[in-house]
Design a binder for this molecule. Structure first.
Ligand code: SAT
Ligand code: MN
Length: 589
C-alpha cells in the first residue's frame, strides 16, 4: 500500500501512539491478504474462532464479555464546549475535563499490543456523500468488522493524501472494565474516543458514533441529515422504482423491513423489493428539490435471534459467508451457529453465548444473547440494489417513522404535511429492546429513533428538520406505522414481515394521489378497504382494531408527549402548533 503522507494524519497517529504506547502500528489497507494475516493472529490467540468453512466459508465466531453485550447509553457522552449544545437528552462533560480523564485511561492501554490504523470511508469514496475516518484500535475484532461495515482501502488513503479531512476515531479495549467504559464524542474536534468495550455498537466507530452522532452534527452545519433509517427500493409491475426511508429504534425490525419478501400475491403481480440500507441514511437535497438518500455503510450489523427462513430469508442468506457472528450459540457437532427461533433444531451438543456447555433441546436458558449479532457484507444480500454500489443518492418518496407499541398507535397514518410529520417523528415512542443496556419493554420517547444517536441538542435537531423542509420543493411524505399492536390476549394483530409491504404500497399510492384515506386527529388513515389485504387472513374487524384511535389512550399519549417536551425550553413553533392541534382534536373526539 502507498504510505500515508498527509502530515496531519501522521502527527495525530503519532500523538495517539505516544499516549497508548502500542508495541507497533499496522496500517490496514483492506487487502484480502492482509486481512487474512490479521485474522490468523486472532485465531491463534483465541480472540476469534473459525467456524465450519464448508458450511460457512469465511465465517468467524466472537464472544464479548458478559457485561459488554450492548450499547451503553449511560456511558455515551457528547463533549461540546457549551452544555446547551449537547442538549437535555445527551450526557455531557466539558471537553477539557473528558480529554484529561480519558488520557489517563488511554495512557499505556495498548502496551504489549498492536495498534491497527484503519482508514475508512462512510459512503462510496469520491461521491458527494462520502466522509473519511481513521480508527485506531487494539482489537482485531474491530479491524475485521470495520472491513465489513465500512469501505477500507487504498482509495481512502489516496483521499487522505490529497488532503481530505477525517474523523479521528480512537478505540482501545483496554481491560474491558465496565466501570471505566466510555464512548465519547467531541463533535467540535471531529473526534471520537471509546475505551473499555469490545461490543460492536460501542467500538465500530464508523457506525453509530460517526455516521449518526458526528454525522448529525456535521449535517446540521453543512445542510444535510444523518438519520437512523433503512432504505428500501420498491418496483411496481411497470418496473418503476420508488424509494422509502424508515426510522425505527434499534431491534424493531429495520433489517426485516429493509429485506422484505413480498407476499406471494404481490410477487405474482410483479412487485419487486430490494435493499439499499438497513440502519443508517445520509440525506441531501437534490437540485430538483427532492430528498436523496444513501446508505453510508458497507455491511449489516443485524440482530440474530428471530432471523429465520420465514422472517427474513434474505438476511439469513446474507450471513452464509464472510460473516462474523457475535454472542450467538455454537453447535459443537458441526461447528456452526444457532440462535433462538432460527429453526426447531437447536444443538444438543452446544455452547451458549458465554461458552458454557448448552443443550438446546433440554435447557431452559437462552443459547444466544438477545442482542447477539451478525456482521455481514452488504454485497452478500441476495436482493441488494444496484444503487447501493454507486453510492449516488436515491430520491425518497416517503419517510416512515415507527416504534414498537402494544397499544395506542394504529397500523399506519400519513402526516398532513412535512411539519406535521416532523411533529409526529419528534413525539414518537417505543418499547425498549435488548439493543441497549437497561430494562426491556418500557415505553420511552425516541424522536425519529435518534434519541441515543443525535450528536447535538435535540431541539436544534427538530429545527434542522423544519429548516430542511423549507428548502425542499418536493419533500417526501411522512408516515407513522406500528406493526406491533396487540389484542386483549397480547397477540399481535398484524402479521408483519413481508405483509408490511401492504402498508408501504398504500403509502406509495398516497404519494401519487391514488389511494383513499380518512382524516383523523392523528393524520390520514386508510379506511379498511384502502389496504390491499388480498391473500391475507385479516378480517375487517381486525383491521378496524388495527386502525382504531382511542380517545383515552391518546389523552394519555398527550400527557407523555407533554412531559417529554418539557425538557426543551425552546421547541420550534411548527412543532408546538401541530401538538396544539392534536390536543384540540383529541379533546373533540
Ligand atoms: O449496537 S448498534 O448500535 O450498532 C445497533 C443498534 O443498537 O442499533
Ligand atoms: Mn440501529
Amino acid at each position: 500500500m502507498t504510505m500515508v503522507t498527509n502530515q496531519i494524519v501522521n502527527d495525530w497517529v503519532k500523538e495517539m501512539a505516544e499516549m497508548t504506547k502500542p508495541d507497533e502500528i499496522v496500517w490496514v489497507d483492506g487487502s484480502k491478504e492482509q486481512l487474512e494475516q490479521i485474522k490468523q493472529i486472532a485465531l491463534s490467540t483465541g480472540e476469534m474462532i473459525e467456524l465450519n468453512q464448508e458450511k460457512l466459508p469465511g465465517c468467524l465466531y466472537y464472544r464479548t464479555k458478559p457485561k459488554d453485550v450492548a450499547r451503553d447509553e449511560k456511558r455515551t457522552i457528547i463533549c461540546t464546549t457549551r452544555k446547551e449544545d449537547a442538549g437535555p437528552t445527551n450526557n455531557w462533560v466539558a471537553p477539557d475535563e473528558m480529554y484529561a480523564k480519558l488520557s489517563k485511561l488511554f495512557d499505556g492501554s495498548m502496551k504489549g499490543r498492536t495498534m491497527y490504523a484503519i482508514p475508512f470511508s462512510m459512503g462510496v469514496v469520491g461521491t458527494e456523500f462520502s466522509k473519511i475516518g481513521i480508527e485506531l484500535t487494539d482489537s482485531i475484532y474491530v479491524v475485521l468488522s470495520m472491513a465489513i461495515m465500512t469501505r477500507v482501502g487504498q482509495s481512502v488513503i489516496d483521499e487522505l493524501n490529497a488532503g481530505a479531512d477525517f474523523t479521528r476515531c480512537l478505540h482501545s479495549k483496554a481491560q474491558i472494565d465496565e466501570t471505566e467504559k466510555y464512548i465519547v464524542h467531541f463533535p467540535e474536534d471531529n473526534t471520537i474516543w471509546s475505551i473499555n468495550s469490545a461490543y460492536g455498537g460501542n467500538v465500530l466507530l464508523g457506525k453509530k458514533c460517526l455516521a449518526l452522532r458526528i454525522g448529525s452534527y456535521l449535517g446540521k452545519q453543512e445542510g444535510w441529515m444523518a438519520e437512523h433509517m433503512l432504505i428500501l427500493k420498491i418496483e411496481n409491475p411497470q418496473g418503476e422504482a420508488r424509494y422509502v426511508c424508515g426510522a425505527f429504534p434499534s431491534a424493531c425490525g429495520k433489517t426485516n423491513l429493509a429485506m422484505l419478501t413480498p407476499p406471494e400475491y404481490f410477487r405474482e403481480k410483479g412487485y419487486k423489493v430490494s435493499t439499499i440500507g438497513d440502519d443508517i441514511s445520509w440525506l441531501r437535497i437534490g437540485s430538483d428539490g427532492r430528498l436523496y438518500a444513501v446508505n453510508p455503510e458497507n455491511g449489516f450489523f443485524g440482530v440474530a435471534p428471530g432471523t429465520n427462513e420465514k422472517s427474513n430469508p434474505n438476511a439469513l442468506k446474507t450471513t452464509h459467508k464472510n460473516t462474523i457472528f457475535t454472542n450467538v450459540a455454537r453447535n459443537l457437532d458441526d461447528n456452526t451457529v444457532w440462535w433462538e427461533r432460527l429453526d426447531k433444531n437447536p444443538p444438543e451438543n452446544g455452547e451458549d453465548w458465554q461458552g458454557n456447555p448448552w443443550n438446546g433441546k433440554t435447557s431452559t436458558e437462552k443459547g444466544a444473547h438477545p442482542n447477539s449479532r451478525f456482521t455481514a457484507p452488504a454485497e452478500n444480500c441476495p436482493i441488494i440494489a444496484d444503487e447501493f454500489f454507486t453510492g449516488e443518492g436515491v430520491p425518497i418518496s416517503a419517510i416512515i417513522f415507527g416504534g414498537r407499541r402494544a397499544k395506542a398507535e394504529p397500523l399506519v397514518y400519513e402526516a398532513r404535511d412535512w411539519n406535521h410529520g416532523v411533529f409526529i417523528g419528534s413525539a414518537m415512542a417505543s418499547e425498549t429492546t435488548a439493543a441497549a443496556n437497561g430494562k426491556v419493554g418500557v415505553v420511552r420517547h425516541d424522536p425519529m429513533a435518534m434519541l441515543p444517536f443525535c450528536g447535538y441538542n435535540m431541539a436544534d435537531y427538530f429545527q434542522h428538520w423544519i429548516d430542511m423542509g423549507k428548502k425542499m420543493t418536493n419533500p417526501p411524505k411522512i408516515f407513522h406505522v406500528n406493526w406491533f399492536r396487540t389484542d386483549e390476549n397480547d397477540e399481535f394483530l398484524w402479521p408483519g414481515f413481508g405483509d408490511n409491504l401492504r402498508a408501504v404500497l398504500w403509502m406509495l399510492d398516497r404519494c401519487e394521489g391514488k389511494a383513499g384515506a380518512v382524516e383523523t386527529p392523528l393524520g390520514y388513515e386508510p379506511k379498511p378497504e384502502d389496504l390491499d389485504v388480498n391473500g391475507l387472513n385479516v378480517t375487517p374487524e381486525i383491521l378496524e382494531k388495527l386502525l382504531k384511535i382511542d380517545k383515552a389512550d391518546w389523552e394519555n399519549e398527550i400527557k407523555g408527549i407533554e412531559e417529554f417536551y418539557s425538557q426543551f425550553p425552546d421547541l420550534p413553533q411548527e412543532i408546538k402548533d401541530n401538538f396544539d392541534r392534536l390536543k384540540r382534536e383529541v379533546e373533540k373526539m
